[in-house]
Design a protein around this ligand. Structure first.
Ligand SMILES: CN1CCN(c2cc(NC3CC3)nc(N)n2)CC1
Length: 155
């Protein structure tokens, strides 16, 4: 079964990061970056930019892919291949949408208890500006069975 390619964008400033409270669908009631599926005819980066616009109204003007994590769920054949981007510059007005309620968080107050459990493992790598790739196996949506993360270059 081919991987399901998804995007995740974390817009980060010097001392704060933009997250959104997911209001419906996969990951509902958790804070997360912005992202979704990659559509036919668009690159992964174009898909990332599109999802940010759709979910919070901002237009990314500078962003780069910094990580990739393959997620497996016990009992499900399809792997989620999540491409993670750091958003550096943006334009537009931040707005709540049907999908997401955006909010800035201080880097020392990231609400990990209300996020996907894996975030506590890879956010520290992301925040120190490194690139990374990993594999994380879940049982259900709350239990991590295996986690392997490799830090690549330090940007
Ligand atoms: C549209 N996407 C969905 C997947 N996603 C995930 C997934 C994730 N863990 C995986 C066990 C689910 N952890 C974060 N932080 N984001 C990014 C947004």
């Amino acid at each position: 079964v081919p991987n399901k390619v998804l995007t995740l964008v974390l817009i980060r400033e010097e001392y704060r990061i933009l997250l959104g409270m997911k209001k419906r669908g996969f990951g509902v009631n958790r804070w997360n970056g912005f992202g979704g599926k990659v559509e036919a005819g668009e690159t992964i980066a174009q898909g990332a930019k599109r999802e940010v616009e759709e979910e919070c109204g901002l237009t990314l003007t500078e962003f780069e892919e910094v990580g990739r994590i393959d997620f497996e769920f016990v009992g499900e054949p399809q792997i989620l291949e999540v491409h993670i981007f750091r958003g550096d510059k943006y334009e537009g007005k931040l707005q709540e949408t049907e999908e997401m309620r955006p909010k800035w968080f201080a880097l020392d107050a990231i609400p990990f208890h209300s996020m996907w459990p894996d975030d506590a493992y890879w956010f520290p790598i992301f925040l120190r500006g490194s690139k990374f790739k990993g594999y994380i196996k879940f049982e259900g949506h709350d239990k991590i069975l295996d986690c392997s993360l490799e830090e690549l270059e330090t940007t």
